[in-house]
Design a protein around this ligand. Structure first.
Ligand code: HEC
Length: 199
């Protein structure tokens, strides 16, 4: 930036500030308001300030990383029977009603060979990381509106965690397991999961 540019830039900033000040004075003339004595909608920030990261994680429910700590491959294989009507899992397996799921964990969304994805799925950014899989398998219809997987979803976190653990095994080089943010949070979360899903 040469000094001429700098002058232009600072002139711009000054003009902008004058405009803002002008506009706010102007609106005060029209909508004259008495100064508010106190914040009209006081926001209690004391709880936010004191909450630790672990509390926040637990408040949102256990993360997929936490759920996967207690996931089992056997259980995943049995949950996957629901998926197998529409998906193959082997390397080079053909597409059925849904795409082949070999190497799905970590793979870019909607990139399985030989499958015609919906516009909705093609429009979904990113890759199938654990968070996206967890969200999608909870309620496919809501996670990616307009996608054509006709499946209600897996309500139980433990079912999702186990089936995702199983999906991870559809690879010669399985993706790294997700990292749990805090062990304390994970212990609390596990206790919560077992008490709410002990059937
Ligand atoms: C009734 C058939 C059906 C069932 C059951 C089903 N799916 Fe699907 N699945 C599909 C279809 C169809 C798509 C493609 C969606 C689109 O293109 O909009 C899909 C897409 C996917 C994708 C995205 C793959 C990619 O290449 O981007 C994943 C992951 C997936 N399913 C996992 C599962 C899992 C896990 C289950 C079982 C818990 C399951 N599906 C059950 C039909 C099904």
């Amino acid at each position: 930036m040469n000094s001429n540019d700098f002058n232009k830039a600072s002139m711009g900033v000054i003009m902008f500030l004058l405009l803002v000040i002008g506009a706010s004075n102007f609106s005060e003339v029209i909508f004259h308001q008495d100064a508010l004595v106190a914040n009209a909608y006081p926001i209690d920030t004391s709880s936010i300030a004191s909450a630790s990261v672990a509390d926040v994680v637990v408040d949102m429910g256990p993360s997929i990383a936490e759920l996967m700590q207690t996931a089992s491959l056997d259980k995943g294989a049995s949950v996957f029977r629901k998926c197998a009507a529409c998906h193959t899992k082997d390397n080079g397996g053909s597409a059925k009603i849904g795409p082949n799921l070999w190497n799905v964990v970590g793979k870019d969304v909607a990139t399985s060979e030989g499958f015609g994805y919906s516009e909705a799925m093609l429009g979904q950014e990113g890759n199938w990381d654990y968070e996206l899989l967890n969200k999608y398998l909870t309620k496919p219809k809501d996670a990616i509106p307009g996608n054509k997987m006709v499946f209600v979803g897996l309500k139980k976190g433990s079912d999702r965690a186990s089936v995702i653990m199983y999906l991870r095994s559809f690879s010669d080089t399985p993706a790294a397991l997700p990292i749990v943010a805090s062990t304390e949070a994970s212990l609390e979360a596990t206790a919560e999961t077992t008490s709410s899903e002990s059937m």
